[in-house]
Design a protein around this ligand. Structure first.
Ligand SMILES: [Zn+2]
Length: 261
């Protein structure tokens, strides 16, 4: 038996997603998109979820965007666009969450070659763990002008049931560590997990007051939805094998093709 409270939260998530889906259909055209990428697997057969893809597909997508004249925005350029709401079409910003070591070994050389800026949302506890980025590799990423380092929580936990103090510890603990360790300004944030089920209104209000420039969710949509979400729960597009196949072959993308599941 699922507790009533959890059921209500799930319904909230469902209603929010329906609303985002309508925005996507009616309002999402020609708006900048924020791409959300996790790690890479060697073959398509090994990609078990929409959060995994091959480096070959990633390269195909990056080259396609470049060839088709899409403009790659830096984190600051995206922030300015969100602030001024002066949308330009065919723009994207690339983000990585959790930071697997394959971001350094597979994606970084491609991004260097194509000069595509990106944001790496780092969780301190995952650094130097098996399959995740090493401190050395992260240092190298952080020194590169293409890379913006962002905060993804100290431990990659669900925020919803945190007290304000626990949430501060997660956000500022990670931020302070990143800033001290790598000498960067880490003022952009992505909620771990990042759906309504995992992130409460109180969490979003608190992040608004905590001095970050903007915060990203894991819900699907374009940044035009910021008139509705504000700067504190910006939607992104999850990049999966399906997304790359459809996008690069010019097929019409459905909302569910951009979902992380
Ligand atoms: Zn994450």
């Amino acid at each position: 038996m699922i507790p009533v409270k959890l059921r209500l939260i799930r319904e909230h998530n469902r209603i929010y997603k329906c609303w985002m889906r309508m925005l996507w259909r009616w309002y999402g055209k020609d708006a900048p998109i924020v791409l959300m990428v996790h790690g890479f697997k060697p073959t398509k057969e090994e990609c078990k979820s929409a959060f995994e893809m091959t480096a070959a597909s990633f390269e195909r997508l990056m080259r396609h965007l470049t060839d088709q004249g899409w403009r790659a925005l830096t984190n600051n350029e995206l922030h300015e666009m969100v602030e001024s709401r002066s949308w330009q079409n065919k723009c994207f910003h690339l983000t990585f969450d959790d930071i697997y070591d394959t971001v350094y070994t597979e994606a970084f050389p491609i991004l260097k070659a194509l000069q595509i800026p990106f944001t790496a949302f780092v969780t301190k506890e995952l650094v130097d763990k098996p399959n995740y980025i090493t401190s050395e590799h992260l240092k190298e990423l952080s020194y590169d002008p293409l890379c913006t380092i962002g905060v993804h929580g100290l431990q990659h936990k669900v925020f919803r049931n945190f007290t304000p103090e626990e949430m501060d510890e997660q956000c500022f603990g990670d931020r302070e560590w990143l800033e001290q360790q790598f000498g960067v300004k880490a003022d952009t944030f992505a909620f771990p997990y990042g759906r309504i089920v995992e992130v409460s209104n109180a969490n979003r209000r608190q992040i608004k007051q905590s001095g970050f420039s903007m915060a990203f969710s894991a819900l699907e949509g374009t940044v035009r939805a910021s008139w509705f979400t504000g700067k504190w729960f910006l939607p992104r597009v999850n990049v999966s094998e399906t997304f790359v196949d459809k996008f690069t072959s010019g097929k019409r993308l459905k909302y569910k093709d951009c979902e992380g599941r």
